[in-house]
Design a protein around this ligand. Structure first.
Ligand code: ADP
Ligand code: MG
Length: 757
């Protein structure tokens, strides 16, 4: 449809172009015809001028001719008029012919206008002729009148001539008579003279008559002379008028010749102009005809194209008309398909989600299984290097050695006897903070998956607990590294998950819980059950800071540290007798599934585990020692109960275990980092710590009855044991095996795990 539309458009454009071309040609033709008509008009104008000149000439001649030759002149003019009329008729006929020729091929040819103009001129000429005719009639009348007057004059002239002839006759007769008388008298001259004399003398009467006759004769002679004079004058007049007539006739002839010549010239010019115009018009017409023919052929060729275009257009129109329906239909079906597809996608999504959840569950289960196999509770040992504080001499000698092949084994030379311990991992003094953290980070990240994690630093004061947990500014410990790791992990999962990380810092001193970040550090906080019935514990009033960067953590640590410093007179001493907790909570929301997770990471720098002899302790120091002992024993008991899957776990025996209940039970993971000093002088404390570690670690699933046996050892040891050698479990040969036995047993378990996994 689009293609045919485009084709139609193109055709239409081409046609328009052709049309424009033709219009241009027509305009050019019109221009040329206009110029032609202008030329013709000019010619007609000049002819008209000439005609006017001729008419003026005629009128001038007419006035010159006067009355006598008026008739002839009139005849002449009439003849001329007739001739002109004939010519006019001929011209009219020619014009008619021309018009007919012009009218036939083209209807709005500019020649028509020309013709009309010519006709108008013709009619004007006719009007002029009419006027001339009227003037001629007037002249005729004048001529008639003059002729009449002339006849009258002639008549009178005849009369006077007759009278004169008569008079002459009479006079001649009398003259003859007189002459006869005279002749007769001559024959008798004297007589006559005498007679005459006699007559004269004698006849007075005759004399009187003679006188009368003589006077009469005189008069008559005078009359005759006058008449002769008149005649002569008239003859002269006649002669002069004849001369003038001849002159005028010659002039008329000349003018006529001139007129004829001019007329001929005019006719010739007119003919030439008409012929020229006609030929030009013919040529033009021919060209127009040719063009017309071309256009016609073009039109003829275009007609089929137009037909096909129209056809295409109609079909397109039909299609366009039908298009909305088709579109609706298509849209409907598409919508149905889309909704079906969406439905399918939805169901697939549901299925996937279900599978994903199942996988997640499975993964969690596997992870748990793995952790369970590895041990939910793991015990690491870290030996700090010998420092200046250890002093010099044999007391500062190194008492700890390591197994080159097994990084879980450590040997302690105590009182000349080497005791070996096997833990999950042992870090020698040269182990860096980073290496230590490497082993810890898996635990930390499981926090993001919603697991609760506890990392304890256990050991005598000065064994490196704080160093491991907090570290130094240049070489930070687990706390800061864990948070950094959490930040980067959370960033990595930001595409699907929203995470919020909050931090709280607390301290347990003499079984009292205090907020290290709160406004009232002295205030003792209570641990309470969540009112939502979830069985979760929470500490009302414990300050939580949302942290998003290392800077935030540093600020928080700084804040807590400053608090602790200002609160205590001797921080070292205080910190060695209190448990410091950093509680990191990671709350996550899976945007796609709406799944929420909460994981808690408890980083605990425990109070110093060194035993305080009953005898050597008094007052507050004893109370502190009792509290520390109680809480560390409770921790040992809880871990034991958890590892041996006992129904009852004595979380409530101390604030610490109670607070960490959530983070110790269930899927939670616990790491006990047992810090030891390698110095010779600390070997008995080192031995105690390692024993604690090994015992915690080597707890195995077994009969519940073992709980009682084991649950008592810690408290006994912490309170009663004053030397490693006299440690109650050992001395009394309790269920707990000796280090050596434990070692081999653990090894066998590990081998089993290895072979199975
Ligand atoms: P605690 O907190 O157990 O009382 P500290 O962490 O304060 O012990 O450590 C006591 C001293 O030993 C500190 O000066 C500390 O810098 C140093 N120290 C502890 N562990 C190490 C270690 N792994 N490497 C270097 N120095 C250490
Ligand atoms: Mg410390």
């Amino acid at each position: 449809v689009m293609a045919s539309m485009a084709h139609l458009q193109k055709e239409k454009l081409r046609l328009q172009e052709e049309l424009l071309e033709l219009q241009e040609k027509l305009a050019a033709r019109e221009n040329s015809e206009l110029s032609l008509s202008l030329q013709l008009q000019g010619q007609v104008e000049t002819l008209k001028e000439k005609l006017l000149e001729q008419a003026q000439e005629i009128s001038r001649l007419r006035s010159e001719l006067g009355g006598t030759d008026a008739e002839k002149h009139r005849d002449l003019l009439a003849a001329e008029n007739e001739r002109l009329r004939q010519e006019m008729k001929a011209c009219e006929a020619e014009l008619r012919e021309l018009r007919r020729q012009q009218q036939a091929p083209c209807h709005d040819c500019p020649h028509l206008q020309e013709n009309a103009e010519l006709q108008e001129q013709l009619s004007q000429l006719q009007r002029e002729a009419e006027e001339t005719r009227a003037k001629l009639a007037e002249l005729d009348l004048e001529v008639q009148q003059k002729t009449n007057r002339l006849a009258e004059v002639e008549l009178r002239l005849k009369d006077s001539l007759a009278e004169r002839a008569e008079e002459e006759e009479r006079l001649s007769r009398r003259l003859r008579d007189s002459q006869e008388t005279i002749a007769s008298l001559k024959s008798q001259p004297q007589q006559i003279k005498y007679i005459i004399k006699t007559v004269e003398v004698e006849s007075t009467k005759a004399k009187q008559a003679l006188c009368e006759t003589q006077s009469r004769n005189q008069y008559l002679q005078e009359q005759v002379g006058m008449q002769k004079q008149v005649l002569k004058e008239m003859e002269q007049q006649l002669q002069s008028s004849q001369k003038t007539e001849a002159q005028l006739r010659a002039q008329i002839m000349m003018y006529e010749a001139e007129l004829e010549r001019a007329h001929g010239q005019m006719l010739e010019e007119m003919n030439r102009a008409i012929e020229e115009a006609f030929s030009r018009a013919q040529v033009e017409m021919k060209a127009v005809h040719e063009n017309l023919a071309g256009v016609r052929t073009n039109l003829l060729t275009l007609q089929p194209a137009l037909r096909t275009l129209t056809h295409d257009y109609n079909s397109l129109k039909r299609q366009v008309r039908d298009f909305p329906l088709l579109l609706q239909e298509t849209l409907r079906s598409a919508r149905a398909e889309i909704s079906q597809a969406i439905e399918e996608v939805h169901s697939t999504n549901r299925e996937l989600l279900r599978k994903y959840r199942r996988e997640l569950q499975l993964r969690k289960k596997c992870h748990n299984e793995l952790v369970r196999l590895k041990g939910n509770i793991r015990v690491f040992g870290r030996v700090r290097p010998i420092t200046k504080e250890d002093g010099e001499g044999p007391e500062a000698a190194n008492a700890v050695t390591f197994d080159a092949d097994d990084d879980a084994v450590l040997h302690l030379l105590h009182k000349g006897k080497q005791v070996s311990f096997e833990l999950d991992k042992v870090f020698p003094p040269q182990a860096s903070q980073e290496e230590v953290f490497q082993e810890v980070q898996a635990l930390v990240t499981s926090c993001i998956d919603g697991y609760n994690v506890c990392i304890f630093a256990y050991g005598q004061t000065g064994a490196g607990k704080t160093y491991t947990m907090e570290g130094t500014a240049a070489n930070p410990g687990i706390n800061q590294r864990a948070l950094q790791l959490l930040f980067s992990e959370v960033r990595g999962k930001a595409a699907d998950w929203d995470y919020a990380i909050t931090v709280s810092a607390a301290e347990i001193y003499n079984e009292a819980l205090r907020d290290l970040l709160g406004k009232e550090p002295q205030e003792k906080l209570e641990i309470k059950l969540c009112p939502d019935g979830s069985g979760q514990l929470y500490v009302p009033g414990l300050t939580e800071f949302r942290v998003q960067s290392v800077e935030d953590i540093n600020k928080v640590f700084e804040f807590g540290h400053v608090k602790r410093v200002t609160e205590c007179t001797n921080l070292n001493e205080h910190s060695s007798r209190s448990h410091a907790l950093l509680i990191v909570t990671v709350r996550g929301l899976d945007r796609s599934t709406g799944l929420r997770t909460t994981g808690k990471l408890n980083l605990v720098d425990l109070a110093g585990s060194e035993r305080v002899g009953r005898s050597g302790a008094e007052g507050s120091r004893l109370r502190e020692a009792q509290h520390i002992n109680k809480s560390l024993s409770a921790l040992g008991d809880v871990i034991y109960a958890l590892r041996s899957r006992q129904g009852h776990v004595p979380f409530r025996n101390s604030k610490l275990t109670y607070l960490l209940q959530d983070s110790l039970s269930g899927d939670s993971k616990t790491l006990m980092m047992v810090q030891v000093s390698p110095a010779e002088k600390n070997t008995s404390e080192t031995l105690c710590s390692l024993k604690f570690a090994e015992r915690v670690r080597s707890v195995e699933l077994g009969p519940v009855s073992r709980k009682a046996e084991l649950s008592s050892w810690a408290s006994q040891e912490h309170l009663e044991g004053d030397s490693p050698g006299s440690a109650a479990p050992h001395g009394r040969g309790h269920a707990s095996p000796s280090p050596g036995q434990l070692s081999s047993r653990s090894a066998s378990i590990r081998r089993k795990l290895h072979s199975s996994g």
